[in-house]
Ligand binder design. Structure first.
Ligand code: ZN
Length: 504
């Protein structure tokens, strides 16, 4: 019967070139192998060829991966299937984490400025600054408990107290503030609640990050953390007209000042890490109306015209399920061509789309039709079979944020994360972290740890994911070449070291 089935399928031309043989088991296995090979050839990393040392490391890494999976299965606890905060400390103690920490990551392409830093460092600054105040009473419509802001002494609104005073008077003040700025195992409800809490954390941080005297220091610290994790290139989504200080309110510092400060931070980083590069994506919120976003798009063009190799594109962010659809801004998108003519620069889009579990959220159509250079998340691409082919044909890269997707409630078990399938279907992807300050971790090693195990990746996949983060970056061709030389050099050093680490 089996031979008959195989023979009949083969005759319909769907199974390759198999001839029915006398040994049905061999026939079956041969056909199976052909199908496995066909799937492997479709994979996003199919063209990567490892050298001898890489092959040796790959073998060791796969052994390590499989022994970890066996152990977790025996314990009935597989961390990537559980909430990140249940295993964060465990992850840090594993040999795999140590290896991934030392792996060159290339670029981080999906990162929000206000949530890119380091909560403990923020708190250190707050309690040490005489002008830092924290709203330390119950939240109301105007202020949120834990909200940080800097004030001149005689201008402090009711409810804000000196951080210095709070630190001295309130038991465990720093821990309490940290728990208001970061998520932990208690934030485990449905995604609507999580988003509300998430936006409250942004409210708390906003007055800190946008305080002009802190701005550069904050990003310098954030980028140092990334470099420590093997990241050489950063693309940050930022809002550009928000800075204030003790004398000047928001609006005094124009958008150019923010760009210049970012450039100064990048130069300071290059003193520490000469290969460091930075690009910024002009961002606004999808809650705003069309007129407001039209105005922001013009502002983005003006900045890009002045800093074409630094301000690299445009995006709209915030909760996709709650905000306007991408189609709602059609009028804005239809202005792109004429604005490109007026300002003489293109405006690549990096649209945050597909970050939704709802079947009816169809923003991916617009992200693809608008030829987004990359798509932030693209989580629900699996719902649109035609779009999967379009994304591949147009060579659009998805910025996948595995831990963020889990924490914000879009998927619990990372084995089932759709990006695992995207990779197997040849969709270009990169791994990113979205809001690491709020998620209380640094770098990309945690995300790589989770997906290495959850998606049963190997060294070929790791290499391709990290290379993608430079290939699909906004670096110009010359910068890309230099970045790749640096990356490849570091990669070979990593391979040598990891081989020693894993030698039997
Ligand atoms: Zn994001």
């Amino acid at each position: 019967m089996l031979v008959g089935v195989l023979g009949s399928c083969a005759s319909q031309g769907t199974t390759g070139t198999l001839q029915t043989r006398t040994d049905p088991q061999s026939t079956y296995l041969e056909l199976r192998d052909q199908w496995v090979t066909k799937d492997r050839d479709l994979s996003f990393d199919a063209e990567v060829v490892l050298n001898a040392k890489e092959k040796a490391l790959d073998k060791q890494l796969v052994l390590l991966r499989d022994s970890m999976i066996t152990q977790y299965r025996d314990q009935h606890f597989f961390p990537p299937a559980r909430y990140f905060f249940q295993s964060q400390e465990h992850i840090e103690q594993t040999q795999l984490f140590k290896i991934l920490r030392s792996m060159p990551k290339g670029g981080i392409l999906h990162l929000h400025g206000a949530a890119s830093g380091d909560a403990e460092w923020v708190i250190d600054q707050v309690v040490g600054d005489p002008h830092a105040y924290v709203y330390w009473t119950e939240s109301n419509r105007t202020f949120t408990k834990g909200q940080i802001r800097f004030f001149a002494e005689n201008e402090v609104p009711s409810g804000f107290q000196s951080a210095y005073y709070l630190d001295a008077q309130v038991t465990n003040f720093q821990d309490s503030l940290k728990s208001l700025l970061t998520f932990d195992a208690n934030i485990d409800r449905d995604s609507v609640d999580i988003w509300r809490e998430f936006e409250m954390v942004f409210n708390r941080l906003y007055g800190f990050v946008s305080y002009q005297p802190m701005f550069k220091k904050y990003f310098l610290r954030a980028f140092k953390n990334l470099v420590d994790d093997g990241i050489q290139h950063v693309e940050i989504r930022g809002i550009f007209n928000q800075l204030y200080d003790l004398k000047q309110s928001q609006g005094y510092y124009n958008r150019d000042s923010t760009v210049v400060y970012f450039q100064e931070v990048a130069e300071a980083m290059q003193e520490i890490e000469p290969a460091f590069t930075l690009k910024v994506i002009f961002t606004d919120l999808r809650f705003k109306n069309v007129e407001q976003i039209n105005e922001r798009l013009v502002a983005a063009f003006q900045l890009r015209q002045r800093y074409p190799n630094f301000v690299t594109g445009f995006d709209l962010v915030a909760e996709e399920d709650a905000g306007h659809s991408t189609l709602y801004f059609l009028d804005t998108w239809m202005k792109l061509d004429s604005l490109e003519n007026v300002y003489g620069v293109e405006m690549p889009l990096y649209l945050h789309n597909g970050e939704s579990d709802w079947v009816g959220v169809e923003n991916m159509y617009d992200a693809v039709l608008l030829n987004s250079k990359r798509i932030g998340h693209g989580f629900n691409l699996f719902r649109f079979p035609h779009l999967i082919e379009e994304v591949k044909a147009r060579n659009i890269c998805l910025e996948i944020n595995p831990i963020s997707n889990q924490i914000l409630g879009f998927i619990r078990d990372l084995r089932l994360h759709p990006a695992s399938t995207y990779l197997r279907r040849g969709v270009p992807c990169v791994i990113s972290s979205d809001d690491p300050l709020i998620f209380n971790y640094k770098g990309l090693s945690y995300d790589f740890w989770e997906v290495f195990l959850a998606w049963e990746l190997d060294l070929t996949a790791l290499k391709k994911l990290t290379l993608n983060s430079l290939m699909y970056s906004a670096l110009n061709e010359d910068e890309k070449k230099k970045a790749l030389v640096y990356f490849n050099d570091n990669w070979q050093k990593f391979v040598d070291q990891a081989l020693v680490e894993l030698s039997p």
